[in-house]
Design a protein around this ligand. Sequence first.
Ligand SMILES: Nc1ncnc2c1ncn2[C@@H]1O[C@H](COP(=O)(O)OP(=O)(O)OP(=O)(O)O)[C@@H](O)[C@H]1O
Length: 218
Amino acid sequence: MLKLEIDSVNLEFDGRVILSDVYMYLESGVITGLAGRNGSGKSCLLKILSGSMQASYRFIRYNGSHIQNPASDPWLINYLPQENHLPGYLTLKDCIELYRIDEADSSRLQEICSVDPSVKLEGLSGGQRRLTEVCLCLFSPTKFTLLDEPFAHISPVKTELLCEELHQQKSKKSILVTDHQYRTVTDISDRVFLCYNGAVREIENLEDLRKSGYIPKK
Ligand SMILES: Nc1ncnc2c1ncn2[C@@H]1O[C@H](COP(=O)(O)OP(=O)(O)OP(=O)(O)O)[C@@H](O)[C@H]1O
């Protein structure tokens, strides 16, 4: 089993504390959900874990050993930001190469996205482009995949297909998902963390999300 831990995360912007002494962990074969109100620090935590944002302090361990920069190993973590980030002039075929996706997974990706490999990303609709960027991360052979709002702009039928694929892929890797479609996130996740008041803790059930004020009272 592979384990990635992030510990003692402190993040401030202009003296405003965003994350304080945060600990969270990811394990292979597991889908981890991350919930929390707007602005609670979820995206920042994913960026810090992926190595794309500096924190005032953070300590990352991979299988018990400290790692300085998670981004230095291209096979370790990939990260889907909240906004689409791939240049529009790339075709799906270019992206499949860039993400080192093998032939079998590439066929599956094209099936889910219903996109021709010769099409440029700029020629896709908002939802098609989002789904394509999500699937590229998911099918890429990294050990950990961090997905920030993978269900945004995606139709119900494609959301269901994507959830099925997340289940398939978790046998090969560890997946972290944060998204405000909290029912989808809690349904697919094996464990769920809540980002609240600068801290992150594991929750037991939807009632914990309700108590935190993240989801409405019944
Ligand atoms: N580069 C930055 N400079 C200043 N403040 C920032 C920066 N990036 C994030 N923040 C602030 O940090 C806080 C946490 O932001 P973050 O994007 O992590 O929230 P989030 O939980 O992902 O929210 P949402 O659910 O709305 O996407 C917010 O108050 C945001 O304004």
